[in-house]
Design a protein around this ligand. Structure first.
Ligand SMILES: Cc1cc2nc3c(=O)[nH]c(=O)nc-3n(C[C@H](O)[C@H](O)[C@H](O)COP(=O)(O)O)c2cc1C
Length: 199
């Protein structure tokens, strides 16, 4: 169990290039069901999850999305690499409170981890045209799109590297390998106070 957890944490990277295989509705149902059971501030459960795997709808949702801003266009999935499924996370305005945004974080991470467990790749996006996504999915006015997760069979395996000089920008080398800098453990993780070494 411990090993599986740590392997999945390492494996889970934002994947932005996909193979054309579809994602089964049964798998999407498992992912949204997991999200449904996540922690929720005041237990309001003010989120809904709309899964998409119909090819035409998936293409329309993809067209609302902006991938990998640091790569200035080069991070957008190229023809043949597009996500084949999506999960839109929307807030129910009749139930949501200020803290509901944190519920979104918990739900999104759960979906991302679940995607990993099912051998899928995924990226959470906040850069997308929300009104257009709402229109494509016939969302009633009551629901406010918050985030969307693009999913598919992965065609890349981004790698974590240690961040240098505080540079947060992910990058790709000449082979197209995607690298994600992360801050060092010693800089962000503390035990029994901020001024003590971890031991
Ligand atoms: C709230 C949030 C919004 C994000 N929005 C986008 C987005 O619009 N487009 C995108 O390509 N990636 C987006 N990402 C993915 C981040 O770029 C990614 O998590 C970061 O580069 C670290 O890489 P990792 O997920 O592989 O650890 C978002 C992530 C989060 C948590």
């Amino acid at each position: 169990m411990k090993e599986a957890f740590h392997s999945m944490i390492e494996l889970r990277r934002s994947v932005r290039r996909f193979r054309p295989e579809p994602v089964k509705s049964e798998v999407l149902a498992k992912l949204v069901d997991a999200a449904r059971l996540c922690p929720s501030a005041a237990n309001k459960q003010a989120l809904i999850f709309i899964a998409v795997n119909d090819p035409e709808l998936a293409r329309k949702i993809f067209e609302t999305q902006k991938f990998a801003a640091y790569l200035a266009g080069a991070g957008q999935p190229q023809p043949g690499e597009e996500p084949t499924a999506h999960i839109l996370v929307a807030q129910d305005k009749n139930l949501a409170i200020a803290e509901t945004v944190r519920d979104v974080g918990a739900a999104v991470q759960t979906i991302l981890m679940g995607a990993c467990a099912y051998g899928l790749g995924a990226t959470c996006l906040r850069s997308f045209d929300r009104p257009r996504a709402a229109q494509i999915l016939d969302l009633p006015e009551q629901y406010e799109p918050d985030s969307v997760i693009a999913l598919g069979v992965p065609a890349e395996a981004p790698k974590v590297i240690l961040m240098k000089d505080g540079d947060v920008k992910y990058w790709r080398d000449e082979t197209g390998q995607h690298f994600v800098p992360k801050r060092a453990f010693k800089d962000v993780c503390f035990l029994n106070g901020c001024n003590k070494a971890w031991n």
